[in-house]
Design a protein around this ligand. Structure first.
Ligand code: HEM
Length: 108
């Protein structure tokens, strides 16, 4: 059991799908709880919410992680406006976890 999942080469598939783009922003906004499995490793932890950060900062961190660790340098959709839109819907750690379970398996 790990403490928190690695983000390197792990989240590119989310950027390919609309629901994944919503999910990616929801994770730092609400945090997340629940068991996730990645590369055969299980994580049962609690990611804290970073909702106190500004939309600009959340967008910047996610763009950085996508570009530097996941080879996606063209995430033009990932704007502060996009973060604001997802933020305005509300949400919770449990809802974000449920969102993750519904995501389709992407191409990468
Ligand atoms: C730069 C800050 C962070 C970003 C961008 C970030 C992003 C993410 C993302 C995208 C996931 C979902 C991975 C997936 O579905 O494949 C995730 C999960 C997770 N993160 Fe973070 N994270 C950050 C900081 C942290 C910190 C500081 C902690 C712990 C103190 C943490 C703990 C976790 C845990 C435990 C999970 C799995 C959640 C679960 O088991 O339900 N994260 N994070």
């Amino acid at each position: 059991m790990g403490v928190a999942p690695a983000l390197q080469d792990a989240i590119a598939r989310y950027a390919d799908q609309q629901a994944g783009r919503e999910y990616l922003v929801s994770v730092p906004l609400t945090g997340m709880t629940g068991m996730v499995e990645m590369d055969g490793m299980r994580f049962l932890g609690r990611m804290p919410s970073f909702a106190a950060l500004a939309d600009e900062d959340i967008a910047a961190v996610l763009r950085h992680v996508l570009a530097q660790f996941n080879g996606i340098g063209d995430a033009d959709w990932l704007t502060p406006q996009w973060v604001a839109q997802i933020r305005s819907r509300g949400g919770s750690p449990g809802l974000t976890y449920a969102q993750r379970a519904k995501l389709a398996r992407g191409q990468r």
